[in-house]
Design a protein around this ligand. Sequence first.
Ligand SMILES: C[S@@+](CC[C@H](N)C(=O)[O-])C[C@H]1O[C@@H](n2cnc3c(N)ncnc32)[C@H](O)[C@@H]1O
Length: 408
Amino acid sequence: MRTQRAGATQDSRTSLNIPLEEIKEGKVSILGPKLELYSDKDRIEPCWAPVFYNPAMKMDRNISVAFLQSFSILTNKKLRIFDALSATGIRGLRYAKEVENVEFVALNDINRLAYDLMKINIERNGLEKLVTAFHSDANILLACFARRGRRFNVVDVDPFGSPVPFLDNAIRAVENNGVLCVTATDLAPLMGVSKRACIRKYGALPIRSVFSREFGLRILIGYVVRTGAKYGLMVNPLLSYSSRHYMRLFLKVRIGKKRANESIDKLGYVSFCPKCGSVQIRKYFFSLEKVCSNCGSKVEIGGPIWLGELCDVFLLKETVKVFERFFGKEEKGFKILECLLEESSMPPYFYTTDFIAKTYRFKKEPILGSIIRALEEMGYKATRTHFSTKGFKTYADISTIVEIYKSL
Ligand SMILES: C[S@@+](CC[C@H](N)C(=O)[O-])C[C@H]1O[C@@H](n2cnc3c(N)ncnc32)[C@H](O)[C@@H]1O
């Protein structure tokens, strides 16, 4: 194996001949690419830099820090973390510096420049005792760690695009009751813009609808659940959300074929009527009507998706508290976490104020708060959703929602 490992005492200064600048994020200060050199007009393109760093992902790194802190508090576990695709190392370094109870962090990148830079950044933050850098293909390293006594209780997979190429090995490298963190930025397949790519990569049919983003997130969870099940592992989402250009999952991995079956039982299929907005959910594809029971139009069918909860409420409540304590209520990400709490136990889809107004040709689009209030007054639970600023979730059927629109 051509894996290289940076020892704590090794002199890590190499001839990194790229323009670098200091980047401060959370409690760490790193050297990263001089981003102004990699921009198109005013838009920074982090992918053009020789080593990747995306300032827009700071919010996710904050949420990840808060989540891991909460996980370690509630499970009373010392964390051994593998940040398998590290680039500058910012993510793993922040875990090492900001999450209490971290025993060890491994960083890794296939890019030699990234490896050299992460070694500099380890030293720069005085984390030589806690953090080790590797220079390897993540799949090779993950497969090496997928053995008794070598597994991590946190494995983080944050790739360019789809996480699919890494998931089999990543899931096997997570210790029993550990956490797998997954990022996906290939939203075009997951949200149904490139249907065939979604079928090819995720073995699932996406739906192009008002709730495509949530559907994509649930396709992604479903895929990880099916991947775990192949190895007799139960996978259960602890926190899942989507924002801007990405989707992010934190999933618990547990050994047990019976448990894996229980996870599989939470997968299912959905039909959506683009004409009237009606939604049907079934466990099996063949039990879905191909024609809308509300208006008789042809429906779109998608799945398999995860139909269970997106978050574990207990852990999410703790994450909200920790996020507030670490970063404050005003910091981006807090509202997402609060909203996730509100929308738990709600259906796996949502409507938006403009979708209903447009579909049913209402002249005025009511404000979100008034629809939620009206639904609640009629005895239906209704909430906002973090997926869309105009989105609402409710168990009320489409004709009830339309009646409410008429009354507003
Ligand atoms: C999106 S970046 C990681 C960003 C980083 N986690 C952060 O928060 O800033 C993905 C990284 O994966 C690396 N990479 C791509 N394929 C890889 C592979 N097969 N093994 C290891 N690293 C890989 C790339 O060089 C790149 O640095």
